[in-house]
Unconditional design. Sequence first.
Length: 88
Amino acid sequence: MAIGLIIDRPGGTQAQYDQVHNEVTPDNRRPPGLLYHAAGPIPNGWRVVEIWESQEAIDRFFETKLSAALQRANISVQPDRFEVVNTM
């Protein structure tokens, strides 16, 4: 089952996003299990929207790469997760 994530970072900046993104996805290569990634500014900060193949793929990426990169950038996030029933 595919899982969607919406991550809003109030006060987040493109510089913070770029720092983490460049560290965890060198050459803009998708990690295993990531189907879709989009990011951009919102009125009060930064938003990331992703679709993953499974919760296991998300957990593996967060544990092996993303958690440490977020800590180094002094960022904490609490993703909103949802079951994906359709993509186009």
